[in-house]
Design a binder for this molecule. Structure first.
Ligand code: FES
Length: 146
């Protein structure tokens, strides 16, 4: 585990907020939007914070609450940066495995990826899921958008 942990580089941005970076620094974005809030998101977040702390990973993992990331009906959702791995329908009991596999072993937990209901294909990354859905959309109103 220790070889995965790099020094936290603490940079003060112009706005005074801390910005952490480094090749192995992980930022977990947990959706705090209304849809996810209607699920057990708060319990998931609390379990995640406790698990990261318990394993002594607080220096390499930052947990950030965000707004809606567009998949409210399959929340709670998490995005792991910098990889962009996207987890859906996360439950508190998933957190120990998620921390162990995703953060410590760098082995994403496939069973928590979005599963296309038709093809049954699992999609690992948020941007790939957005791209996949966008490619199936048909523009009904044409014109200039800008
Ligand atoms: S509220 Fe969480 S994805 Fe929309």
């Amino acid at each position: 585990m220790s070889d995965l942990i790099v020094k936290k580089v603490n940079i003060t941005r112009e706005d005074g907020q801390s910005e952490y970076s480094g090749p192995d620094f992980i930022r977990i974005l947990i959706c705090g939007g209304t849809g996810c809030n209607a699920t057990e998101r708060t319990a998931v977040k609390n379990t995640l914070v406790a698990e990261v702390d318990k394993r002594g990973l607080s220096d390499k993992v930052e947990i950030v609450e965000t707004g809606c990331n567009g998949f409210c009906d399959i929340g709670p959702t998490l995005i792991v940066r910098p990889t962009g791995i996207f987890y859906v329908k996360v439950k508190s009991e998933d957190i120990p495995e998620l921390v162990e596999e995703q953060i410590i072993n760098n082995n994403p937990v496939e069973r928590l990826f979005f599963e296309d209901p038709v093809s049954k294909k699992r999609i690992a990354k948020h941007q790939d899921l957005v791209r996949e859905i966008s490619s199936k959309m048909t523009r009904l109103i044409s014109g200039h958008n800008s």
